[in-house]
Design a protein around this ligand. Structure first.
Ligand code: NAI
Length: 331
């Protein structure tokens, strides 16, 4: 099959080419993101292969369909960047990579917790400048703290395992209970109880209309004063402007982000020679108790290998007319 691979970085190419050796699709590697301005690059390709910031809007899907593309192979678990109703209208088949390494994301999540708690980011700079003072670096023991996990699917359940290993108590909120989390001693509670009783809150639910700005000003106000919030899931779960207000007042004690609502214009690119125009993002960067990473939680060798292999298997199954195990159901 001819496949237009959007948002290609050198590392994507390396892993996709390796996985394709046993599939032999014709891959066209395209650096640009998929937008209405770049959709025509897929003309004549059977499939478009997309990453998280490629936007498959109704307009884009219409353009892709007009160019003969009928399959979207997502290199991600999330599919909030695809207009599923429009995909159905235009006869697309959409497949994803439901799990590539939940461990990668869970481990990065806990890395953010530890770095914020023990201020590793500040300590690193201080020591390099010959400043060995400890004032301002005081942390807390993780043992005995309550971690609230919102969304206990594949990633949330692994976060639960790791923090249980530290001796944390676990509160959980989800539409469905995870037996593994219950076995660890997690208590499922209402979201409001999780907000009011947790020292650390970490978000692992998908972005849906129901979870958009799940953590808004009201939710932040319900949290324990000085609590820590981690979001490695999707940026729009958090109202970033409300988080800034909560950080300014001290209500929010620590914020760790791997995702940001407006990240599509920022992340995955070297913008170090440009002026940062996003004032909300710029303000977040000024807080000593905020750590932001640029959507790198998934970025391990294990995960990139799994993403590439599952993506190729999805394309091959589609080409062979087989039932797709990783089909995204369309309305
Ligand atoms: P999953 O599908 O295994 O788990 C998601 C959980 O959220 C499920 O248990 C589901 O019942 C729950 N949920 C759904 N709607 C909810 C709601 N309204 N309230 C509370 N819980 C709700 O997904 P997985 O693999 O654990 O991934 C979680 C999220 O992590 C993904 O949706 C994606 O956005 C994000 N992610 C981020 C990555 C990164 O590099 N930063 C990489 C991979 C995923």
């Amino acid at each position: 099959m001819r496949v237009a691979v959007f948002s290609t970085k050198p590392y994507d190419r390396t892993f996709l080419e390796a996985a394709n050796r046993s599939h032999e699709h014709t891959l066209t590697f395209l650096e640009p993101r998929l937008t209405s301005a770049t959709a025509r690059l897929a003309e004549g390709h059977d499939a478009a292969c997309l990453f998280v910031n490629d936007v498959a809007s109704a307009e884009v899907l219409q353009q892709l369909a007009a160019g003969g593309t009928r399959m979207l192979a997502l290199r991600s678990a999330g599919f909030n960047h695809v207009d599923l109703a429009a995909a159905a209208r235009h006869g697309f088949t959409v497949a994803r990579v439901p799990a590539y390494s939940p461990h990668a994301v869970a481990e990065h999540t806990v890395g953010l917790m530890l770095a914020l708690n023990r201020q590793v980011h500040r300590a690193y700079n201080r020591v390099r400048e010959g400043n060995f003072a400890l004032d301002g670096l005081l942390g807390f023991d993780m043992r005995g703290k309550t971690v609230g996990i919102v969304g206990t699917g594949k990633i949330g359940a692994i976060v639960a395992q790791i923090v249980r290993g530290f001796g944390c108590d676990i509160l959980a909120y989800d539409l469905a209970e995870h037996p593994g989390c219950i076995a660890l001693g997690a208590r499922y509670v209402a979201l409001d109880d999780l907000l009011t009783q947790s020292d650390i809150i970490t978000l692992h639910c998908p972005l849906t209309p129901q979870t958009y700005h799940l953590i808004d000003g009201a939710a932040l106000a319900r949290m324990r004063p000085g609590a820590m919030l981690i979001n490695t899931s999707r940026g729009a779960l958090l109202d970033a402007q409300a988080a800034i207000e909560a950080l300014k007042s001290g209500q929010l004690g620590y914020l760790g982000l791997d995702v940001y609502e407006e990240e599509a214009d920022l992340f995955f690119e070297d913008l170090s020679n440009r002026v940062l125009r996003d004032d909300v993002f710029a303000r977040l960067l000024t807080f000593p108790n905020v750590i932001i990473t640029g959507h790198q939680a998934f970025f391990t060798q294990t995960a990139l290998t799994a993403i590439a292999e599952t993506t190729m298997a999805n394309l091959t199954a589609y080409a062979a007319g087989q039932a797709l195990a990783n089909l995204v159901p369309l309305p």
